[in-house]
Design a protein around this ligand. Structure first.
Ligand code: ADP
Ligand code: TRP
Length: 325
């Protein structure tokens, strides 16, 4: 199976991104032909500082590689390094009904949040369709909020095939495990937009401070508590092994513990969990040439496939002449 997904470089990745998405991408690189890219063209709809976009793109690559994305197994690249994608976007745009895009809730949500209603934001799902279709992707792992966009990609692919003959593979989505809905420091879903994130690779001291400041209820020290209902316990369970998790649950049920103790255990468990990745990230950051090579190799592999599919689409719709074949 060819698996493909993209992740926007809109800020540093947090625990929610890891357990909700990145870890699953890494798992899927085994036994599949996996393509993962950093969606910097999509990020341009919201990030308007060139240096920030450049830095975020590099940070995203470092984070993914440090967390276990293996460039020998998966193809990792930056979206804009494959210009064929933007070429295909125009072909798809030409046959995309306005109504299909008008129905997309993500556009409306973003505009409601105050993001500028630019043409790029409105046509975001067409660029995303090109991202998917240009690699003949079979499976697209995404968060639930992106399902509608995969359906748009299928619709556009189906229309193109209907108009011009079989050209594109119809992709299927794979919803990432929602059981891993990671709570943030305020107990709500962890998200950049809620300002409640703990970043995977933030400075360990700053990270510990943030953990110590996680909001808790005013349960008296001696009272027992149902662990599953507590966001501190939920966070701790992500990082602890089974024995540690059970021991902590027993403490909750027995009562007589303070949240400060749980926070310390959480900070230790998280530090331990990411210790190797942190070291790998530091090694990679000290070797920018190596990272540049990985991204260049990824882009070359991705372009090889993309140019084949673009030629197929251009021939099908008549913008490529036989002499150019
Ligand atoms: P944010 O909400 O911080 O802007 P994104 O929307 O960029 O995060 O999410 C990127 C990926 O990480 C998506 O696949 C999303 O489903 C996943 N993700 C983000 N936050 C969480 C969370 N708190 N729990 C589980 N998955 C998450
Ligand atoms: N829109 C996706 C998100 O915000 C990122 C993305 C861009 C993507 N192109 C894609 C995901 C293609 C899957 C396939 O999460």
């Amino acid at each position: 199976m060819r698996v493909l997904s993209g992740i926007q470089p809109t800020g540093r990745f947090h625990w929610g991104n890891y357990f909700g998405a990145i870890r699953q991408y890494i798992d899927l690189q085994h036994g599949n032909e996996a393509y993962y890219f950093i969606a910097n063209l999509h990020a341009l709809t919201t990030v308007r500082e060139p240096e920030v976009l450049r830095q975020n793109t590099l940070d995203a690559a470092l984070d993914l590689l440090a967390l276990g994305l293996d460039p020998e197994k998966a193809t990792l690249f930056v979206q804009s390094d494959v210009p064929e994608v933007t070429q295909l976007t125009w072909l798809l745009m030409s046959i995309t009904p306005m109504g299909l895009l008008e129905r997309c809730v993500s556009y409306k949500d973003k505009v409601a949040k105050g993001i500028a209603a630019d043409a790029g934001l409105f046509t975001y799902p067409v660029l995303m369709s090109a991202d998917i279709l240009i690699y003949d992707s079979d499976i697209v792992p995404v968060g639930a909020d992106q399902i509608q966009h995969i359906e748009v990609a299928r619709d556009i692919a189906g229309s193109f095939n209907h108009l011009f003959g079989e050209t594109f593979v119809l992709p299927k989505y794979k919803v990432l495990e929602t059981s891993a809905k990671v709570p943030g420091t305020d107990g709500e879903k962890m998200s950049k937009s809620y300002n409640n994130t703990i970043e995977i690779f933030e400075d360990p001291k700053a990270q510990r401070k943030k953990v110590m400041r996680i909001e808790t209820d005013s349960r008296p020290m001696e009272a027992p508590k149902e662990p599953a209902d507590d966001h501190l316990y939920q966070l701790y369970s992500l990082f602890a092994d089974e024995a540690a998790r059970e021991a902590m649950a027993a403490k909750y049920l027995a009562g007589g513990f303070g949240y400060g103790e749980v926070k310390k255990a959480l900070a230790d468990a998280a530090e331990n969990f990411y210790a190797e990745a942190r070291q790998r990230r530091a090694d990679l950051a000290a070797n920018p040439q190596r990272v540049a090579e990985i991204l260049a190799t990824g882009a070359a592999r991705a372009r090889h496939k993309a140019s084949e599919v673009l030629a197929r689409a251009e021939s099908a719709c008549g913008v490529r002449r036989p002499a150019q074949a």
